[in-house]
Design a protein around this ligand. Structure first.
Ligand SMILES: O=C1O[C@H](COP(=O)(O)O)[C@@H](O)[C@H](O)[C@H]1O
Length: 370
């Protein structure tokens, strides 16, 4: 189903109980010919009812699992012949490349795709998600730890300033990645978030974890990690065993290359299995120096949402949700909070290349036809 060609005003809401007891609710369009209904209905909307504020929720069960076995290392992937391709020993153009061990996820994570009719509705949905996570966290442990991205995300958070549901005195703000620039720089995520939100809410300054200014990037990452480590477990619990911080909610953007936070395709930071906050010294996207949470920290969160709105994101949304890449190649596909919740927040423009009608439990990767 190409959403670009569909009308979203007459939702056919459908759902199904799977073996894993997950509910699938698919948005089906009315104008797609010769396509079967994606799944069965659980709850038909009341006649004439139309609640566009609600997203059309699509769950991709066990999204991204490798059904043919997990390749042992990057470059050692399974070939169609059934044999494992060896790691290249070429001394050619890749002479300086160190073969990195990228994480291959083997956990079952259902991906919840929240598709909104307009970017404004998606923004409202995002705000509600934050409000609900805040209320739940404050009720459970008296503190809410919210981790933010830069880029297009900060401006989407502006309506939170008027929210009555977030207790700012109990909220702690972190950045999943940050550019190693002064806070006054136009590149600073902290500046963008401060202008859009933090300057308008009564949050104690000590609860906003900005990068230290003027340090070499390695020290900036170490310093940021140290500040996180010093937060009491009552406010920021740790995971069992791995002892990673368990943030309540991490909001990610996604770049056109599939990067999330400052974890770029085929980069050593993306492969890192240890460390909470990593330095990035030659980012392919300017500015070159950044710090970033590691994937294990992102995946230890209680809840993660990837926000991708607008036509400019349609290609990466389609690739990330329907075409399985080798892990280093598409960092967004490595976001799989263990035991936690993963949501993608989309609007019609960013979702227009998805073939949602083809999503069902029996269909494995790749989900698209090519
Ligand atoms: O450089 C960055 O890019 C990503 C994506 O940004 P967007 O403007 O395309 O939404 C962002 O999530 C990340 O925090 C930022 O440092």
């Amino acid at each position: 189903m190409m959403l670009a060609n569909t009308r979203l005003s007459q939702p056919a809401v459908a759902s199904k109980r799977s073996a894993g007891s997950r509910v699938i609710v698919c948005k089906a369009a009315t104008t797609v010919p010769n396509k079967p209904e994606p799944v069965q209905r659980i709850q038909a909307p009341a006649p004439g009812a139309q609640d566009d504020d609600k997203p059309y929720l699509n769950v991709i069960p066990n999204n991204g699992q490798w059904h043919n076995g997990i390749p042992p290392v990057m470059g050692g992937h399974l070939m169609s012949s059934g044999t494992v391709a060896p790691i290249s020993t070429s001394k050619g153009a890749g002479i300086d490349l160190v073969p990195h061990q990228f994480q291959y996820h083997d956990t079952e994570t259902d991906v919840n795709v929240l598709l909104y009719v307009t970017p404004e509705k998606a923004q409202a949905g995002l705000v509600k998600l934050v409000e609900e996570a805040a209320a739940e966290a404050v009720k459970a442990k008296g503190a809410f730890t919210l981790v933010l991205s830069g880029g297009s995300l900060p401006s989407l958070l502006a309506p939170l300033a008027a929210s009555k549901s977030v207790d700012w005195s109990k909220t702690h703000i972190f950045y999943v990645d940050e550019r190693n620039v002064p806070h006054s720089s136009a590149d600073s995520t902290h500046k963008a978030v401060s202008e859009a939100l933090l300057s308008k809410v009564p949050i104690p300054a000590a609860q906003v974890y900005a990068i230290a200014e003027g340090l070499p990037v390695g020290q900036a990452a170490t310093q940021y990690e140290g500040r996180i480590i010093s937060i009491p477990a009552a406010a920021l619990p740790r995971t069992e065993g791995a002892a990673l911080p368990k943030f309540d909610l991490i909001l990610l953007g996604v770049g056109p290359d599939g990067h999330v936070a400052s974890l770029f395709p085929n980069r050593p930071e993306t492969a890192a299995t240890s460390g909470w906050v990593l330095p990035v010294s030659n980012s392919p996207k300017p500015p070159p120096e950044r710090i970033t949470f590691s994937l294990p920290v992102i995946n230890a969160a209680k809840e993660v949402a990837i926000v991708a709105l607008g036509e400019g994101k349609k290609e990466i949304v389609q690739r990330a949700l329907e075409v399985q890449a080798l892990p280093g190649a598409l960092p967004a596909q490595l976001v799989r909070p263990k035991g936690g919740k993963l949501k993608w927040i989309l609007d019609v423009a960013s979702a227009q290349d998805l073939d949602i009608a083809a999503w069902n439990e029996s269909k494995q990767w790749p989900r698209s036809s090519f």
